[in-house]
Design a protein around this ligand. Structure first.
Ligand SMILES: [Zn+2]
Length: 609
């Protein structure tokens, strides 16, 4: 997990989706139309041969026609469903190429959500309320508390004991890198004064007594992992069913689960059974997660075999796992991204965490690449990119070019020379334009950590494109809640849209927003403005292509989806305006009015509203 969405965004967007869902439920169901005809549209096909159209015909799940208005007449009959776009844009629906869908959906549906509250007292109250409403749980889990609400030692077990003392409580922080536990959780896990910090983790301790204080950071969170509740397959299905409707409302119909746990059958079988039953309204692709702590080389190779064997059974178009996921490093927020030069803060000459040993990685990559599976790498620091590229070059030398499209996700920092190496190895770059801005993460965490010059080199989206790399987009949901308007706006302007600024910073002292690239900060103002350098901005065409074709290509789906072409599957988003012909500030407000998946309307906003 990287950066957490700010709290208010969740509340407001969730409230909106409820309105849409209810409206859709109330609109009633009619018989299946013989075909769907979309007219009076500004169709942005992302197909270079035929870039624009006015009308589309969809039949049997397939795009039968994309062209001028006159051409649709021969398809139209009494049973056609005709949608008049009033000039609005139609695009291929969004491919979100890296998120945590099932995991996040479970958390939204069944766990204690601390996303709407901000103080210690409110966190305790939220836990107490949840316990009261759910008295039968054996363990209470939740997420979303802000580390910034506490001192370095972090939140204390005693505070959580006030909410629940008899059963374990485990709360994950908003950034996903630490957990807050109560005394019972520590006791049941056998964590005492004498327990040593595990490798790569810290047990925060009371400075006077040396007793565990209540916060377990990074790998120390694994010490309480056995207490985490196991969710049933039906619970996963319920959560996924909720999430896919929510994604459809956002014009998203293909997603990538970046961390499928190989040891959690309920998790992956929920997807698989829904796929087989035709219940999914999103195409799901994903990766089996491998980590060094899962075993030695032999054990990891066995896990690769196990993953491949399971993958063979997932043969529908709706759910496939064709990849393995590796963390190259961690995150800049915790000074754990692996950087080529030392951080300016904390420990002397600290350059962050290198997660894998090169040799073991080369063995695993060679096997995975040879078998035709994709390698999906979490990459934040520039040195993380460099060592992974070294390993991948060695793998290429041994296996040759077998047409695999491996992937770097996030790509926060990378050297120019390594961008060229990525291009030479046909590695996809999956980026999150939502994160491109001078925001409080930039001012509070990035600049102090690595200095302004390096912070300003973040997210070189245009350089990646110019090098000929296939670029796709991602939200890392639950880190960010994906949406078209924000995505396009931030990719083009390199700052936050007004609506996100309002949601995050409204009522907070000293925050000002500007879109002026030449702004000067005054006094202690927090300027939320465009991230430099501005020549890393991309065009609307470029970001639209990345969000559709780029994502499809990265998931080997470019023959089926990602453009609007006759013969391709009809996965489309219908927008409420012509995003290519409005003021850029209005682009941020663009909202889907309908979403089509596999030729079927899976979301339609109530037109009366
Ligand atoms: Zn992720």
């Amino acid at each position: 997990m990287k950066k957490n969405i700010m709290k208010k965004a969740v509340v407001v967007i969730m409230a909106l989706s409820l309105v849409f869902s209810l409206a859709a439920c109330g609109s009633g169901k009619s018989a299946e139309p013989s075909n769907i005809i979309i007219k009076n549209a500004t169709v942005h096909t992302v197909d270079e041969e035929n870039p624009e159209a006015e009308a589309i015909v969809i039949e049997d799940g397939i795009i039968q026609y994309a062209g001028d208005e006159e051409g649709v007449s021969e398809y139209e009959n009494d049973d056609s469903k005709v949608i008049d776009m009033d000039g609005g844009t139609v695009l291929p629906s969004m491919v979100d190429s890296h998120m945590h869908p099932a995991q996040s959906a479970i958390s939204y549906c069944f766990e204690i959500g601390l996303q709407e509250v901000f103080t210690k007292e409110d966190y305790i109250q939220a836990v107490a309320d949840f316990v009261k409403e759910n008295p039968d749980r054996e363990v209470y889990t939740g997420s979303g508390f802000m580390r910034s609400a506490f001192d370095t030692i972090g939140p204390r077990k005693e505070d959580l004991d006030k909410a629940e003392a008899d059963k374990p409580v485990i709360l994950t922080s908003a950034d996903g890198h630490s957990v807050w536990v109560n005394s019972k959780a520590l006791e049941l896990s056998g964590i005492t004064k004498d327990t040593e910090d595990p490798e790569g983790g810290i047990i925060q301790r009371d400075p006077e007594t040396g007793e565990p204080a209540g916060l377990l950071q990074e790998s120390a969170a694994n010490l309480v992992a056995d207490l985490n509740p196991e969710y049933t397959k039906d619970e996963y299905k319920e959560a996924i069913a909720w999430l896919q409707g929510w994604l459809n409302e956002r014009g998203i119909t293909t997603i990538y689960d970046a961390m499928i746990p190989i040891d959690n059958e309920n998790y992956y079988m929920a997807y698989q059974e829904m796929a087989e039953a035709g219940e999914l309204t999103v195409r799901v692709r994903g990766a089996w997660h491998l980590a060094p702590e899962m075993g030695d080389e032999e054990e990891l190779l066995a896990l690769v075999d196990q993953g491949m064997k399971l993958s063979e059974a997932f043969s529908t178009d709706y759910f496939q796992v064709n990849a393995f996921k590796f963390f190259a490093d961690q995150v800049l927020e915790e000074d754990t991204a692996y950087m080529s030069a030392p951080y300016g803060t904390s420990r002397d000459n600290w350059t962050g965490l290198k997660v894998w040993d090169d040799e073991i990685l080369e063995t695993l990559f060679t096997k995975i690449d040879k078998a035709g599976y994709q390698i999906h790498v979490h990459q934040i620091g520039d040195e993380a990119a460099a060592y992974i590229l070294d390993v991948m070059e060695n793998v290429r030398a041994v296996n040759g070019d077998n047409g695999n499209r491996h992937t770097f996700a996030h790509v926060q920092f990378i050297k120019d020379e390594d961008i060229q190496r990525m291009a030479a190895l046909d590695i996809n770059a999956i980026i999150a334009p939502y994160w491109i801005a001078m925001d409080d993460y930039y001012w509070d965490l990035y600049v102090p950590s690595v200095g302004k010059e390096r912070a300003d080199s973040m997210y070189p989206q245009k350089s990646l494109l110019d090098a000929g790399i296939n670029v796709g987009v991602h939200s890392d949901f639950f880190v960010t809640e994906p949406e078209w308007g924000w995505l396009m706006y931030s990719a083009v302007t390199r700052t936050l849209p007004q609506k996100i600024f309002d949601l995050w910073y409204e009522g907070m002292d000293g925050y000002v927003r500007t879109t002026d690239p030449n702004f000067q900060a005054e006094g202690d103002e927090y300027v939320i403005g465009p991230l430099k350098p501005y020549d890393e901005a991309v065009t609307l065409d470029e970001i639209a292509k990345a969000a559709t074709y780029g994502g499809a290509y990265s998931l080997y789906l470019d023959e089926e989806i990602g453009t609007i072409e006759v013969g391709k599957k009809a996965d489309l988003v219908l927008m409420d305006r012509n995003v290519f012909d409005v003021d850029i500030e209005d682009v941020a407000e663009a909202t889907p009015i309908a979403t089509i998946f596999d030729g079927k309307l899976v979301f339609e906003a109530d037109k009366e509203k």
